[in-house]
Design a protein around this ligand. Structure first.
Ligand code: CA
Length: 505
């Protein structure tokens, strides 16, 4: 990955046996599995192991050239302290603006643009989830055929709303997440709420006056299941269906129009990462991120534990010292959050990551941060906050796929890009998810789940630039509704999962 590195990874299918001779003359002394590291030179005990020109560990014993370098041979470096960080010191980014690229989107009254036209039913509490699910099925069967321009009807189900310390300071995170998800561009500004009645998260607390635009004299559209008028289950279902009709009528009247690519709001994420992630898929996404930023669009990268070890790369690229300080503040908050649970960033890596060749979180982070490309970072969002301007943002979220996706939805994402090496069928009902495989082997086996095969970079069949452009063009097709992702085709949806660092009662 870098000329200074003293390890490289084996990309060959099935790995390489001992005795294999590498192009630069090194002979393997161990069998090295695919995606795993081989020592390019002898590495003495305690010496630094460099990948991406970054210390990913220190040798626990002498490692001969040609040996398999796995996590049991490495001492992980300490996390970089969050003081004395370089702030906004990167040279000016002189990339040419990219003009002339458009997609067909749904323009909203608030200026945002949807890539899908979905009726989303906001819920205040988990208690109503079963009723809402029942009602959604009824709406799909009985109402949706009359509204052919509406893509889908979904219930925004979650586990929050009651049995929680709702006045605890950190409760602001799940509450604003739910509030902002209801305003996601793909829902066309239509907000309807189903409430139980006795829950802590009352509708007016979730969506206080002014938090969503309403016509004069119009009240928040709430169906309350405990209302006296409801006699029997079916009367609740009838209320939800009746409430849905005006929203469906307005959504159905909308049409796609040509909008500039700058209206894309892309959340990038990875899950089930392997050592190829930082070699193929994430660099391709990073190249595409640069294209999007050159086109004036918005890109969010997240997953705090997976970028913690790249904090210095991030603060250097901040557009101002204040943005750099905001990054450090989010990282410090997360360090403390993990510390309260007697964990640290090393709790991130999974058995699958390690089987895929990632020795530790430092190595994983260096492969993860590449998704952010090279553009200046002009914004930082705390968990659950909504974007305020365009450009490249660090949206601080946990790395958990579902929680990260949920928080990026709250930020206002209208398109999601997800890279995976081990493979995951991840999808969201709220936005299209384009999945990018890091390895050709995965793309071949999961041919009807993976949308893009970035493994072609490792195969020598495509360059990072080729794949970045392919992904960019695919995004415009998917955003326009001309192409469905595999997750959409099969209707594979993961649940919304809220980040609630506050106590449960
Ligand atoms: Ca993730």
């Amino acid at each position: 990955m870098h000329i200074a590195d003293n390890v490289a990874i084996v990309v060959n299918d099935g790995g390489l046996p001992a005795g294999s001779i590498l192009p630069d003359g090194v002979t393997l002394v161990d069998r090295v599995p695919q995606g795993h590291k081989v020592a390019l030179t002898a590495i003495a005990k305690d010496a630094v192991v460099l990948r991406y020109d970054v210390p990913i560990g220190y040798a626990l014993k002498d490692i001969p050239a040609g040996a398999w370098v796995h996590e049991r041979l490495l001492q992980m470096p300490e996390a970089r302290a969050l003081d004395n960080l370089p702030k906004a010191t990167a040279p000016a980014w002189n990339a040419e603006p990219l003009t002339g690229f458009t997609f067909e989107g749904y323009r909203n009254a608030d200026g945002s643009v949807g890539t899908r036209n979905i009726l989303a039913i906001t819920t205040t509490v988990q208690c109503v989830a079963g009723v809402v699910d029942f009602a959604v099925q009824r709406i799909k069967e009985q109402l949706l055929p009359r509204y052919p321009n509406v893509d889908d009807v979904i219930g925004l189900e979650h586990s929050y709303g009651c049995g929680v310390a709702i006045d605890a300071p950190d409760a602001i995170i799940p509450i604003r997440t739910l509030r902002n998800i209801s305003k996601n561009p793909n829902f066309g500004g239509e907000v309807m709420v189903v409430s139980l009645g006795c829950e802590k998260l009352q509708p007016e607390r979730l969506l206080p006056p002014g938090s969503i635009p309403l016509q004069a004299n119009e009240a928040l559209d709430v169906v309350c299941l405990q209302a006296d008028k409801h006699v029997g289950f079916m009367s609740m279902i009838d209320s939800v269906l009746a409430s849905a009709v005006p929203h469906l009528e307005r959504l159905n009247a909308r049409r796609r129009e040509t909008v500039p690519a700058s209206e894309l709001v892309v959340g990038v994420q990875c899950g089930g990462s392997d050592a190829f992630s930082g070699v193929t898929a994430n660099p391709a996404v990073g190249y595409c991120t640069d294209l999007l930023i050159r086109a004036g669009a918005t890109v969010m990268f997240s997953e705090t534990t997976e970028v913690r070890d790249a904090i210095e790369q991030m603060t250097v690229r901040a557009t101002s010292p204040e943005i750099a300080d905001a990054m450090a503040r989010e990282m410090a908050w997360y360090d403390a959050y993990l510390g309260r649970g007697q964990a640290d960033r090393s709790a991130n890596t999974t058995p699958g990551n390690k089987a895929g060749g990632l020795s530790n979180i430092v190595e994983k982070a260096m492969g993860s941060i590449i998704k952010s490309g090279t553009a200046p970072i002009s914004g930082v969002l705390s968990p659950g906050e909504r974007l305020q301007h365009k450009g490249l943002h660090y949206a601080a979220t946990p790395a958990s796929d579902f929680i990260c996706g949920t928080l990026q939805l709250a930020a206002g994402m209208n398109l999601h890009v997800f890279t995976t090496g081990r493979g995951t069928p991840y999808g969201l009902a709220e936005v299209p998810v384009i999945k990018v495989a890091t390895r050709t082997d995965l793309a071949r086996r999961w041919h009807d789940l993976m949308d893009v095969n970035a493994g072609r970079i490792a195969d020598g069949e495509a360059t990072i630039e080729d794949m970045g452009w392919e992904l960019f063009r695919l995004m415009l097709e998917v955003a326009s509704g001309r192409k469905k992702t595999w997750a959409e085709h099969w209707k594979l949806h993961n649940s919304l999962v809220l980040f609630n660092p506050a106590p449960i009662t």
